[in-house]
Design a protein around this ligand. Sequence first.
Ligand code: 6PG
Length: 252
Amino acid sequence: MPADRVSPEVRVYPDAAALSVAAAAEVARLAADAVARRGRFTLALSGGSTPRRLYELLAERVGVPWESTHLFWGDERCVPPDHPLSNYAMARAALIARVPIPAAQVHRIHAEADPPEAGAAAYAALLRHQNARAGTDGPLAFDLVLLGMGADGHTASLFPGDAALDERERWAVAVTAPPFYDPRRRITLTLPVLNAARAAFFLIAGADKRPVVRAVLDVPATAEGRYPAAMVRPAGPLVWFLDEAARGAPDR
Ligand code: 6PG
């Protein structure tokens, strides 16, 4: 990973609720800044359960420029968009259905495609189209990518040891998660896209994440070769929003 990439800024909060309140304020600040500078805010949402409260708080927040916001996803499970395990379905219930964002600005991953590889190719094409509209030709530089982390150090649907971690050309790929994940088939953005972001926020809560959080933050050199979450080093600010359970007490 280029050495010039910024080190994570770590912010620790008493619990997931406080983490979500702080992250909501930061997302709103970045949104206003992006719209002021570039006329739109491009936000890639995370899946999983941790960001749900953040999405609810954003839906309740006054002044977020939804009319100028474009939503994308960092990954999606290969299920229909109304499935209980769909990342889109979670965001739709917590946020999208509650804010005045134009439907044409909600760019979900059509992961129900058969085969999933077709869905990945279609999403990559959508990202290229969005990029053309922005008048640039490198990977789509999201203003902000929201990410979570599994207890194994995966992020989006980039799992430890997966060949997708070595992908440098395609912007989205279909993957098969390890056996104990359901569903196993997913579509994920790849590291070139995640690392082209102007900013990235990790939202991580719970003691089950602590061992990997400590490895990534306290021994980054070895973690970068092992945990996908450690490989996310965006061009701009990288902030890890943690609760105390995930960070753990500092070594005495
Ligand atoms: C997904 C997410 C995934 C998630 C982590 C953490 O589709 O599941 O993209 O990367 O962020 O698994 O999930 P929790 O927030 O539920 O712990």
